[in-house]
Design a binder for this molecule. Sequence first.
Ligand SMILES: *Cc1c(COP(=O)(O)O)cnc(C)c1O
Length: 375
Amino acid sequence: MKEIKFNSISKTKNNLEHLLHLFLDYENLRKKVFSLKCLENLQPTFPNSKLYLTHSATGALEMVAQYIGIKPGDEVIIPSLTFVSTANAFVIFGAIPRFVDCDPEYLNISVIQIEEAINEKTKAIIAMHYMGHPCEMAKLKEICLKYNLILIEDAATGFGNNYQGNALGTIGDFGVISFDSTKHISAIQGGLLIINNPDCVKRMDNIYHIGTNRNSFENCEVSHYDWVDVGSKYQLNELNAAFLYDQLQQKETIFSQRKLLSQTYDELLRPLTFKNHFRLMPLEMIESNIHGYYIILKSKAQRNQIQNELKLQGIESFSHYRPLHLSPKGSSFANSNSCPNSSFISETLLRLPLHNELNVSDVENVCGIIHKFLD
Ligand SMILES: *Cc1c(COP(=O)(O)O)cnc(C)c1O
């Protein structure tokens, strides 16, 4: 049987041409033509926001942590079921993460448990949109307003998804997106910072340029650029921008194929759930689902058996985030709450292959094996 890989980078048409364009004329590199083209392409999706292309979503979160002035002892509210960057970006500046469990249905941060975790040291809430499905942003905004907290969206896996018609990343004070090779639109490595308050732009410009006012220099407002703040080299590498630009231009094709594959999984597996009690992604996620496809089994043993069965047939499948509150580093923060849903999900969730080199018959093969196993 044909091997089916879990993930792959979408092969777009003009990548080599774009790279040549950079190599053949130094001016193109100096002017960062592809970064500019990427920003032009992205801006209509985030019409009222200021955008920064970064070397990663991790880097974009660090820019936010630096901007909001996280200092030792500050607390940030973070879902336990997320990638390590969500917490680490704040912890490197001295923050203490307060882990909150996920809601059992959408696997996003459980809003009803947030208020218990707030105290006078709390600075921010990080809303991570699991698989690009939006958190309950209206309620989160309300809580942030009530306690005067900063709302940051980790939309690392949310590019192309919306909340009430607004792109993910534009609803909180700040948002980040990842263009890593593990995500559906990729620069191989890259990210995006989204700033939703124009007052933040001036200083963020400096943080982005290693603490210099390089941006003012480029706009001919000053004759030299100087060291004016602390910052780092958060920018996206131009080679990565050249790669990203081709993906952005072809994003609609990439999205629609992934939606089709996800819908195919749903159609083929949904009949099985009635008698076998395993869970699929909620139906309302399926229509707009582009990042990944998962199922939730009854137990860790059952999950591992299916994963093994698939592996024997040459099909890769993976679990997902390991809950941070149980990790060696995360559990060292004494205030950690227990997060039973996050623990259960990390033991029972299985992600199935979803990428642009798959076709419907590959998905049928994967589902056929699951049918044989569970029927
Ligand atoms: C992938 C991911 C990140 C990190 O993105 P990078 O671009 O690799 O830094 C952060 N948060 C979440 C939820 C992710 O899935």
